[in-house]
Write a protein that binds this ligand. Structure first.
Ligand SMILES: NC(=O)c1ccc[n+]([C@@H]2O[C@H](COP(=O)([O-])OP(=O)(O)OC[C@H]3O[C@@H](n4cnc5c(N)ncnc54)[C@H](O)[C@@H]3O)[C@@H](O)[C@H]2O)c1
Length: 243
């Protein structure tokens, strides 16, 4: 119970990696508030948290400044000032450059990057100490054809992590986790081409990760044993990237 007495806010916590993060933080004793994008699966995550500690779920678009501030105000009023922020909400879009619609490009950047900025700002306006963990992607390091907005947003999240680690030191530690392909809705055949899925499996471990495998790293970075770590990007990726 390394996070007993702590409060964590998680964006995009209703399913997939975000749900596993909420559960892992609650397993360690943290109260957890999460936002999501009109997702009926949110109730399942909330039940998981409440079975362990205390939770709060709210629909809020992370790209929307007022919605993010509204989520933070409500979550602070119910669960208290946050000690931990996990910027996990994200969307993927796949299309060749020539066919990429500018509005679709903007939306991916707005959810993945602007959303992480808005939540980080809301966090530092309320918390004087704590941890921020940003969920990037191995594709933010590798690049990937037909995924310009997604890979650019994830590369920017890694840079944002380094900048904020410098700016917010020593009181707030800021790190990123860059997952490799993980079994969630995002990587289902409805959302990803067979070519992209085949590429994702072409790693030393030759399998998708499980959400819990990503969440364990996040819980470590949110906890007391990682007090000398800031500005880092941790690959949990089956060997897709080796630095
Ligand atoms: N699944 C993978 O293979 C993989 C690999 C690397 C990185 N990631 C990253 O991990 C994170 C979680 O991905 P996932 O696979 O669990 O995705 P998912 O699609 O299963 O879940 C996405 C979550 O984000 C929320 N969300 C989406 N748009 C939002 C918005 N505008 N405002 C608030 N919440 C919003 C959804 O409600 C949901 O809770 C993302 O940042 C993703 O880029 C995923």
């Amino acid at each position: 119970m390394t996070l007993k007495g702590k409060t964590a806010f998680v964006t995009g916590g209703s399913r997939g990696i975000g749900r596993a993060i909420c559960a892992a933080l609650a397993d360690q004793g943290a109260k957890v508030a999460f936002c999501h994008y009109n997702d009926p699966e949110a109730d399942t995550t909330l039940d998981l948290i409440n079975a362990r500690t205390r939770g709060l779920a709210m629909s809020a678009d992370v790209a929307d400044e007022q919605a993010v501030d509204g989520f933070f105000d409500t979550a602070c009023a119910v669960l208290g000032t946050p000690d931990i922020l996990v910027n996990n909400a994200g969307i993927l879009a796949e299309s060749p450059l020539a066919n990429t619609d500018a509005d679709a490009f903007d939306r991916v950047i707005a959810v993945n990057l602007r959303g992480s900025f808005l939540a980080a700002r809301a966090f530092v306006r309320r918390a004087n100490t704590g941890r921020i963990v940003n969920i990037a992607s191995d594709l933010g390091l590798l690049g990937r054809e037909n995924m310009l907005a997604y890979t650019a947003s994830k590369g920017a999240i890694i840079t944002m992590t380094r900048t904020l680690a410098r700016e917010l030191a020593p009181d707030i530690l800021v790190n990123a986790v860059a997952p490799g392909s993980t079994e969630t809705d995002m990587t289902s055949p409805e959302n990803m081409s067979p070519e992209a899925i085949a590429k994702d499996l072409d790693t030393p471990l030759a399998r998708f990760g499980q959400p819990r495998e990503i969440a364990e790293m996040v819980a470590y970075l949110a906890g007391p044993k990682s007090g000398f770590i800031t500005g880092q990007c941790f690959g949990v990726n089956g060997g897709s990237v080796m630095l």
